[in-house]
Structure formats: C-alpha cells, structure tokens
Design a protein around this ligand. Structure first.
Ligand SMILES: *Cc1c(COP(=O)(O)O)cnc(C)c1O
Length: 353
C-alpha cells in the first residue's frame, strides 16, 4: 500500500506545523496583537480588503473554496503555491534525500522538473520519450528502483504539445509505488480530460495546474496541486508559512470570477493554434509541425537557427529548442492574438526571399 509517510524524508516525519495564528486561534478577534504586525496600518491602502499590515491566510481557504467550486476538488485536497514551480520544488524536497534518492523525467519535457532536482542536489534519471513523445515504458520500468521517489509527467507536454496517453499514465500509477506528478499546466487547451478524477483511485498521484496559462495570470504566481489529504499535509508542513501573498489571494479570487472570458480565450487560442499549424505546415522550409494540445506549436525547420535569427531581426521572439535533446531543429512558437499570428505568418512567408 502506498503511504506518503514511507516516501518522505525521515527528518520530516516528526516535524510539527509552523506557528501561524491560524494554528493557534480560530474565530474573530476584536483586538489582534498576535503576530507582531503594525497595528497602526499600512502605508499602502486600497489594494487589500484585509489591510496589507496583516499577514495573509497561510492556507488560503477562501481561494481554495473558490477553486473547489470550479474544479470539484475539496479544499483539503488542494495546495496553492507561489506558481506550480514552488510545488515542484517542495515535492522534490519532501521526498528526495540528496545523494540517495532520485527523480525520473522523460525528456523532452518541462525543464523545471530537472532543475528543481538539481537545485536540491538530487539526481535525475532521464528516460527519453519515444519518437512520438510518448513514454518509453520498458525503459521506464528498467530505470526505476527503490530510490526513485518521483516520476514527473507533463500532459499536454511542454515543449512538444502532445498529451500523454491516459492508459500510459494509469499504467505508471499502478506499477510505480512512488509519487506520480502529472503537470497539467496546459490542460485547458486540450481535448484530454484532467486526471483529477483519478485521485480517488491513486493515492500516489499529484495533479498540478496553474493560473499562469489559460487563466492569464502568469504575473501573479499561483499554482495548484491536487492530491490526497496526506500529501497536501506534507506540503503544508514544509512550505514557507505565508507563501501566497494577500494581494495574490485577492487577485486570484477576482480572476476566477472571469470564467466566461477565459473560456472565450481558450476557444480562440485553440482556433488560432490550428490555423497557425496549418499555415506553418504549408511553408516550404517547414519540415514538420507537431500536433499540439497546448497554446504553442513545436515546429521543425530545415534551418531552425536561421529562422530564429530572421524572426528575431523582425522583433519576433520565439523559443529556440534546437539544443533540446529530442527537439533538434525545432522552434516552439506560442499562439498569439490573431493579429500577432498573422504578422508571424506574413513575416515567415518572406523568409529566404
Ligand atoms: C508554464 C508551466 C507551468 C507553470 O508554472 P507556474 O510556476 O505556475 O507559472 C508549469 N508546468 C509547465 C509544464 C509549464 O509549461
């Protein structure tokens, strides 16, 4: 049976919660003299209902309740981070003892998985994906041992844009007794269903989502993890007590009111992605446009570096992936507004002319 307490690092097992007021007192205080805040107020007014002189809710309950109504996940099964990048770092730190344990990634994939491990002095086992960017299951089975603590999967995957087959994800969940972290940063642009529904059956699953992509709030830094209560409790225990600021919590609540606008943008982005992909594929110097379920397309060019420099000269910056193993000769182009995409296509039509 999977038990997160067997997976986390030994020194964390007996660590108690941090001493925020929410741990010691619940209810309404008329005089609040607990946290050594400035009782007079804050020089910045009008940005926060609560007053910026006060510490924010360390567990962000209001925000979690709002997200709960949208995602159908109970607040107790939710963790909010300073971006999902914070959650990735916390998961590595919770589970992996440097020098002993390792994580497994399947490149080409999101670089932060590997980076979070490297920053923590934790080894990374890389099992390159198959040419269709699906996991190489035989090689994964061969690479894992009792020190493999986390397998990171990204679906839709960055930078390739494909989704990972649901049966493959389930097979990893069934056969691997460590944590399976499924990063769904781009799920809103995909036809694939979220794996949130699998949480009931798989206590070793962590699903990551973010407000940075479809929700248009990358500048705010809000990432979400959905997982068992046991896993969420571990993350809560080791995070910085006030990891999500008051402003962030309030603005995230505002953003989450705008579901209609977000759904409109998602539809437009998907339509623009398909149009961009089709037009790119028709260019003579394009070798391949990889099918995408995200808000970008990965494109292989006959001479990607020349195209990259050409675009740069016209003030258009895309992501150069020529040095990414598995993405040789490729650029990753984010879907822009209809006007931006038109300019990109018009500009590219003049390449080599
Ligand atoms: C953009 C992105 C994220 C988002 O990270 P935040 O820290 O929430 O901004 C997470 N995972 C992947 C694969 C991404 O591309």
């Amino acid at each position: 049976m999977f038990d997160i307490h067997n997976l986390i690092r030994p020194h964390l097992r007996d660590l108690g919660p941090s001493a925020t007021i929410q741990e010691t007192f619940r209810g309404h205080a008329t005089i609040l003299l607990y946290a050594a805040e400035n009782s007079f107020g804050s020089p910045v007014t009008g940005v926060s209902e609560k007053g910026m002189n006060r510490y924010p809710d360390p567990l962000q309950w209001k925000l979690k309740e709002k997200i709960s109504r949208i995602k159908g996940v109970p607040p107790m099964n939710m963790f909010i981070g300073n971006g999902s990048d914070e959650v990735i770092d916390l998961l590595v730190r919770a589970c992996c003892t440097p020098g002993t344990d390792h994580v497994l990634v399947m490149p080409p994939t999101y670089g932060t998985f590997e980076r979070a491990a490297a920053v923590n002095g934790v080894d990374v086992r890389k099992v390159p994906s198959l040419p269709d960017f699906q996991p190489d299951m035989d090689a994964v089975a061969e690479a894992i041992d009792e020190h493999t603590k986390i397998i990171f999967i990204c679906s839709p995957n960055n930078p390739t844009g494909n989704t990972i087959d649901a049966e493959v994800v389930e097979s990893i969940l069934v056969n691997f007794n460590g944590l399976v972290v499924l990063d769904e940063a781009f799920i809103n642009y995909s036809r694939q269903k979220t794996a949130i529904g699998l949480l009931r059956d798989f206590p070793n699953l962590v699903v990551l989502q973010t407000l940075s992509k479809a929700w248009g709030m990358a500048g705010l830094r809000v990432g979400m993890a959905f997982a068992s209560e046991d896993i969420i409790n571990v993350l809560n225990k080791i995070k910085q007590p006030y990891n999500v600021s008051e402003t962030t919590q309030e603005l995230a609540l505002q953003a989450l009111e705008q579901v209609e606008q977000i759904n409109g943008w998602i539809k437009q982005t998907v339509a623009e992605r398909e149009n961009l992909a089709q037009n790119l594929a028709a260019l003579p110097f394009v070798e391949k446009v990889f099918p995408s379920e995200a808000n970008f397309v990965l494109v292989r060019f006959a001479d990607a570096t020349a195209v990259y420099k050409f675009l740069l000269g016209k003030g258009i910056v895309v992501s150069d992936r020529t040095a990414t193993p598995g993405c040789e000769g490729c650029l990753r182009i984010t879907v822009g507004t209809p006007e931006e995409n038109k300019i990109v296509l018009q500009t590219l039509s003049k390449f080599g002319a």
